[in-house]
Design a protein around this ligand. Structure first.
Ligand code: SAM
Length: 298
């Protein structure tokens, strides 16, 4: 079969299973099997696939038809312009989370600009694939150069999942970034350390959503439950996080968190105010115009 025929047949199969991104998915998976980029498929549509290529491609299409996310089939996901390894042990990094990285970099820039002899420490809590700290570390040198800042910037990252930490370490090595990974529950591994900026994208999906599966959300079924769900209103992890944060010996200057959207904003602010009554709280919206990040200045 040629590339063109193979793609056509795969798209038909995926559409039958209500896979919304059938065309794009078929193209990504075929390019992955051929170890080429997508342009190659359009440049050589009449090229014939080998038996082995066709059989491996069809297996991936069968898996994709069950709803397994593309990133778990190719083991790659782009985030903040960088390539990350992913497997079933880690949440697939989401585009929304780029906002959290952006805001963290802005604050880092601000803190460095205020004091050239400031050597900040950042901690990412619930690091998963390591997407957040690796993206921060990869952009830190540009900030330091623009600010003529020569002091070290230390980055720590924690997770309760050891397999996730293994993947995060692999990603840190892939991008030649220096990150200290620590295992443990939320802020416990850093409770004695002096941290300036704490960043977290903890599980925030309402546990009742586990039962509501649509073609749009079927992929969630294949991601680690502990990375997604967090009690009836999705805020259990953040309740525990802020309880721990209030007890930290050294108060951070900033805490930035990502969360589920406008339905959680009021309750989250209540939780934060209960632990940090004088904190300045600022909301940031994602590209869809939905509340997504809260910045807390302590
Ligand atoms: C929503 S995922 C985010 C992963 C990654 N930070 C990202 O943005 O792609 C939440 C992560 O928090 C971790 N996690 C859940 N509960 C935790 C806890 N009590 N302590 C530490 N990490 C936890 C999960 O293992 C998962 O990796």
């Amino acid at each position: 079969m040629t590339i063109k025929q193979t793609l056509k047949s795969a798209v038909t199969k995926l559409k039958k299973q209500s896979i919304m991104s059938a065309i794009l998915d078929a193209e990504i998976l075929l390019a992955y099997i051929l170890k080429k980029n997508k342009e190659y498929l359009f440049t050589y549509p009449e090229k014939t696939l080998t038996k082995n290529q066709l059989s491996r491609f069809n297996k991936l299409i069968a898996k994709r038809s069950t709803g397994i996310p593309i990133a778990y089939l190719t083991h790659h996901k782009e985030f903040f312009g960088l390539d990350f390894y992913v497997n079933k042990n880690v949440l697939i990094p989401r585009p929304e989370t780029e906002l959290l990285v952006d805001e963290t970099l802005k604050i880092l820039n601000l803190l460095i600009s205020q004091s050239s002899n400031f050597s900040p420490t950042i901690a990412d809590i619930g690091t998963g694939s390591g997407a957040i700290p690796v993206a921060i570390a990869s952009n830190v040198s540009a900030i330091r150069e623009s600010r003529l800042h020569s002091l070290p910037i230390k980055i720590l990252a924690t997770d309760i999942s050891k397999p996730a930490l293994k993947m995060a370490t692999k990603n840190a090595n892939l991008h030649a970034t220096k990150i200290t990974f620590l295992h443990g529950n939320l802020l416990t591994p850093i409770k004695h350390k002096k941290i300036d900026i704490i960043v977290a994208n903890l599980p925030y999906v309402e546990s009742t959503d586990l039962k509501k599966v649509t073609p749009n959300t079927i992929g969630l079924k294949f991601e680690p439950k502990d990375a997604l769900y967090s009690g009836p209103d999705g805020l259990d992890a953040y309740r525990q996080f802020f309880t721990q944060a209030a007890k930290l010996k050294h108060k951070p200057k900033f805490i930035l968190i990502e969360y589920g959207g406008p339905q959680q904003t009021a309750e989250l602010k209540k939780i934060i105010k209960a632990h940090f009554p004088t904190a300045k709280i600022q909301n940031k919206k994602d590209l869809c115009g939905l509340d997504r990040v809260i910045i807390i200045k302590l």
